[in-house]
Design a protein around this ligand. Sequence first.
Ligand SMILES: [Zn+2]
Length: 194
Amino acid sequence: MSYLNHEVTYEIIAQETPNVIRNCRNCKRSSEYFCSERFRVNANQKVVDVWLIYKCVHCEGTWNCPILTRVHVNRLDPLLHQKFMNNDKETIWNHAFQINKLRRLCDAVNNDINYELRKEKSDSNLNEVTIRICCKYDFGLRVDRLIAEILNISRSKVNKMAKAEMFLLNPNLSMKSNVINNLQITVKGKYELK
Ligand SMILES: [Zn+2]
């Protein structure tokens, strides 16, 4: 029997940025804050400060996440400066997905965000398939959860299949690891891909 080996690429596209959790002075309790997708840029003489503004989901009270602190204007790339001034979306998202930094500055980060899986090749029902993952932002999505979603099976089934060595991961991550860009998952057996 000959086995077909096709490669399918899935791009993971985040639909929103993670919320952060911190105390809100107005609400007088712990609250979630969402990224307003706006920078605040302050130039005091030749010194620039930049923050990314978050808003409390209940009262719109704000928290300013420090991005640049007292940087001399001559040391700031003019193009980047312009991006801060224009609220450039990609620049904002690059900062909004710095989850480790946000965890240090806040009580917690809610990285259970909505994302879309975009499939590049529509082959399905093959004997063996290699899935290539392409993802721009790391938000803690686990390998087993993603495989369960792509194959449309339960996570416990994924873990059973993993024990039966039906997946070949390159690089060789564990099922509990976070998904990384360019991860390749070879699946043995016939599965309809989402
Ligand atoms: Zn509030």
